[in-house]
Design a protein. Structure first.
Length: 81
């Protein structure tokens, strides 16, 4: 572990999802879920956010965007609850 405030979650998108098998993306969301809850989110005039996610795919911006979208959707679901 790099530091108590930095969490690294390795996820091999290509291995888990293949070329277009996005049905396995809930595995990524499940791995991130505890941190997503802990981080909270920002609301205007209320500072609820306590963390951020940085998503990076070494060789493909499309996979980076798909993974980031999954996390954004989960966050939206918490905001709507």
């Amino acid at each position: 572990e790099l530091c108590p405030h930095i969490k690294y979650i390795p996820f091999d998108f290509h291995k888990v999802c293949g070329k277009l098998s996005f049905k396995h993306l809930p595995k990524l969301a499940a791995e991130c879920e505890p941190h997503l809850i802990d981080f909270g989110y920002f609301v205007s005039h209320q500072r609820l956010q306590a963390g951020v996610f940085r998503v990076n795919c070494i060789d493909c911006l499309d996979r980076t965007n798909v993974a980031q979208s999954v996390l954004a959707f989960r966050t939206l679901m918490y905001q709507q609850a």
